[in-house]
Design a protein around this ligand. Structure first.
Ligand code: CDP
Length: 259
């Protein structure tokens, strides 16, 4: 089937990211191990990315932050000033998707070749990302990229729909949860570490309300809502240290690697 120019660029982009991810992962693989897919899902600020990143490091796997991909598309919509237009005419999002490229360079997220790792964590992006990620064309495009990235296995991928939609056959599915107040505290600490003055920081109560609102929007959307897969192992991290939650996921991963 002939590809349009935009489809061609998109395919090339997928193969480039896949090549980067696979070459990194292969160089660390130990011969004789069965490499699995680990899906880490859960609500906002439940510790998914820290846990997933550290488990991937310990296993020599590739870590893929799918939230960063949705955040990058949202950042692009804000940057181009098209967010309000998309609310009225969501079908226009195809044009935005065709005009952007997302790639990873280690932990850095590149949008159209520029490092946007810090900007995509901005509260402005956090407030709008649930809307952008509810749009079907966005989900279809990013799901295709994520499936390509995990095709060779040996990946830890975190998000909202990895165990339910992107990789329902993942050998290990984790669902992390935590009290909203605890999650707001963690997100506040994360933002404080990055802020240059306290005036840039949101009120902690407001942060908690935003997290609850985002969870509700993610769970109630029509396409690929935030949901626990029946086979997923649920871990409540409210009273766990990060070391303990990493150890729990790592132990489960080693068991599943043995088959
Ligand atoms: O870091 P945090 O838990 O706050 O969120 P994130 O993982 O960066 O994801 C940001 C947003 O992207 C979520 O609130 C979802 O709306 C969306 N997302 C999604 O819809 N599906 C995914 N697989 C990952 C993220």
């Amino acid at each position: 089937m002939a590809l349009t120019c935009n489809q061609y660029v998109w395919k090339k982009q997928i193969y480039f990211i896949k090549w980067q991810a696979i070459s990194k992962c292969k160089s660390r693989r130990k011969i004789g191990n069965r490499h699995i897919i680990i899906a880490v899902d859960g609500p906002a600020a439940s510790g998914k990315s820290t846990t997933a990143r550290r488990v991937a490091q310990q296993l020599g796997y590739t870590y893929i932050d799918t939230g960063a991909m949705y955040r990058a598309v949202t950042f692009k919509a804000l940057q181009d000033g098209v967010l309000d237009r998309l609310r009225h005419s969501p079908e226009l999002v195809g044009g935005l998707l065709d005009a952007l490229t997302i790639s990873f360079d280690g932990d850095r997220v590149l949008l159209d070749g520029r490092d946007v790792s810090l900007e995509i964590r901005d509260n402005r992006v956090s407030r709008e990302v649930s809307f952008i990620s509810s749009l079907k064309p966005v989900r279809d495009r990013l799901r295709e990229m994520q499936q390509e990235l995990g095709h060779e296995r040996g990946v830890v991928m975190d998000g909202r729909d990895i165990g339910t939609v992107v990789f329902p056959d993942a050998e290990l599915k984790i669902f992390l949860v935590a009290d909203p107040a605890e999650r707001a505290k963690r997100r506040y600490a994360e933002l404080s570490a990055k802020a240059s003055s306290s005036s840039e920081l949101p009120d902690i109560k407001q942060l908690e309300e935003e997290i609850i609102r985002r969870d509700r929007e993610d769970a109630e959307r029509e396409h690929a809502p935030l949901k626990k897969h029946p086979d997923a192992v649920e871990i409540d991290t409210s009273r766990l240290t990060i070391d303990r939650q990493v150890e729990m996921v790592y132990t489960l991963a080693k068991e599943r690697e043995r088959g």
